[in-house]
Design a protein around this ligand. Structure first.
Ligand code: PGA
Length: 239
């Protein structure tokens, strides 16, 4: 399983350090082989990871240059960052990144060999139009994206489920994930209001290879509890 914690614009550097200490000692004490990735804010990237990967929530697709307010490859490389989140719904819908910009960013970081967690997901109005409309919407979010990129992970995150406490039904998640599975060999994460109470059952669904968690992962203990649920599933399916 792959479990990701997306901090968004939460936590200071000091808080991130304390968080990582809890998660890293949990992972080593329990000999966990699942992939754990934490995405702190830019200010807290200076961590020397032991058994948990640190990824970045965003990056500007240039080596360096005159791009006020942005962080480019050179600065990420200084912290040894090799993992990036691209296409998150907040970047699409709050910050206003276009598919063209997102695809450009994807190509740049793929050329650099980054592991890319690429997010897709539909707004509620599209979901209400049914499965075909939903998949058509996601198809557009794949424009310019190489779905056979070897270091790709896809995260399906319905916009209306992010930070709202609402989640699709398990069978809705399965039907989107099985449609995604036919398009890409990449591992498929589900994200959107994942929490301790539902993480285990979501990870147990067909074609779900892990979770991308926002608010509920801000508690290190809760995130560890979700990791423990993944370990239990591995044992159940004899991995
Ligand atoms: P949430 O966020 O878990 O708070 O819904 C998920 C995400 O935005 O990745």
């Amino acid at each position: 399983m792959i479990l990701c914690a997306n901090f968004k614009a939460n936590k200071t550097r000091q808080e991130t350090r304390a968080y990582m200490a809890v998660v890293e000692s949990f992972v080593s004490a329990n000999d966990i082989s699942d992939t754990i990735i934490v995405f702190p804010p830019f200010t807290a990237l200076d961590h020397d990871p032991r058994n948990v990967l640190i990824g970045v929530q965003n990056g500007y697709p240039v080596k360096n240059g005159a791009y006020t307010g942005e962080i480019a490859l050179e600065q990420l490389e200084e912290f040894g960052i090799r993992t990036i989140l691209i296409g998150h719904s907040e970047r699409r819908h709050v910050i206003g990144e276009t598919q063209e910009q997102i695809a450009h960013k994807f190509r740049f970081f793929a050329e650099q060999g980054f592991a890319i967690i690429y997010c897709v997901g539909e707004p509620l109005s599209v979901r209400e139009e049914g499965h075909e409309a939903l998949m058509g919407y996601i198809e557009k979010q794949f424009e310019g994206i190489d779905l056979s990129y070897p270091d790709l992970i896809i995260a399906y995150e319905p916009v209306w489920a992010i930070g709202t406490g609402l989640t699709p039904t398990n069978s809705d998640i399965e039907s989107v994930h099985s449609a995604l599975r036919s398009k890409t060999p990449a591992p498929l994460l589900y994200g959107g209001s994942v929490k301790v109470e539902n993480a285990g059952e979501i990870m147990a669904l067909e074609n779900v290879d892990g979770v991308l968690v926002g608010s509920a992962a801000l508690s290190a203990n809760d995130f560890c509890e979700m990791i423990a649920q993944a370990v239990e599933l591995n044992t159940e399916i004899g991995e």
